[in-house]
Ligand binder design. Structure first.
Ligand SMILES: [Zn+2]
Length: 203
């Protein structure tokens, strides 16, 4: 019997033997009724791949175009996310610059590229290079992707600045809103259990 046929309850550690579930079904612990796993939908990871690809395209738009156009006393200013990070770095707000870079550029990008790499490999039935460490990496960095926190921060500052400057939202602002939803949708669609199972089959 392979280890993958056993599943431990996350709440009480009781071991169960994995069974085939009907579509839409879910397995619960016999002792504490905690959710063990759900029936894997055959095309959940295809949907996750499509959403991740869409998020990748939107992410390019979000990083190429300015977030906002600001006009204050005749001085016109606009910046992309990268330019904003650079100017924070130059203004000696280095900790904030690093934090913004990691949570809104590096982690979402790494998560998306990793997810696309793994899902594309699984879809074509091959064992892509570094698939297992990448899957572990995605799980580990996920909590550090904070596009939604950034989005909230930008909106709060825009509302505050609206009294003193004339503000026009840039294309990137809308793209970040869409990106936020696409990343969440891709992460929700991604069936890690099915991916691990499929990976084991290609071993
Ligand atoms: Zn249990």
């Amino acid at each position: 019997m392979s280890l993958s046929t056993l599943v431990a309850c996350l709440e009480c550690d009781l071991l169960h033997r994995r069974i085939q579930l009907p579509p839409g079904g879910e397995a619960r612990c016999v002792r504490c009724r905690a959710l063990l796993y759900r029936a894997t939908s055959p095309n959940a990871n295809e949907r996750a791949l499509a959403l991740a690809l869409a998020a990748g395209i939107v992410m390019i738009v979000a990083n190429v175009f300015p977030i906002v156009d600001l006009e204050l006393q005749g001085v016109h200013n606009s910046a992309t996310l990268w330019e904003a990070v650079r100017s924070m770095w130059d203004d000696k707000a280095r900790a904030v610059a690093v934090l913004v870079f990691v949570t809104t550029i590096f982690v979402p990008l790494a998560e998306l590229v990793g997810l696309i790499w793994v899902l594309a490999a699984l879809r074509s039935g091959i064992r892509g290079y570094g698939t297992v460490p990448i899957l572990h990496f995605i799980e580990r960095v996920k909590p550090w992707g904070m596009v939604e926190v950034f989005m909230l921060g930008v909106l709060v500052s825009l509302v505050k600045l609206a009294h003193v400057a004339s503000i026009e939202p840039g294309a990137a602002l809308l793209s970040f809103a869409v990106l936020m939803m696409l990343i969440a949708a891709a992460a929700a669609a991604f069936d890690a259990d099915a991916a691990w199972e499929q990976l084991e089959a290609t071993l």
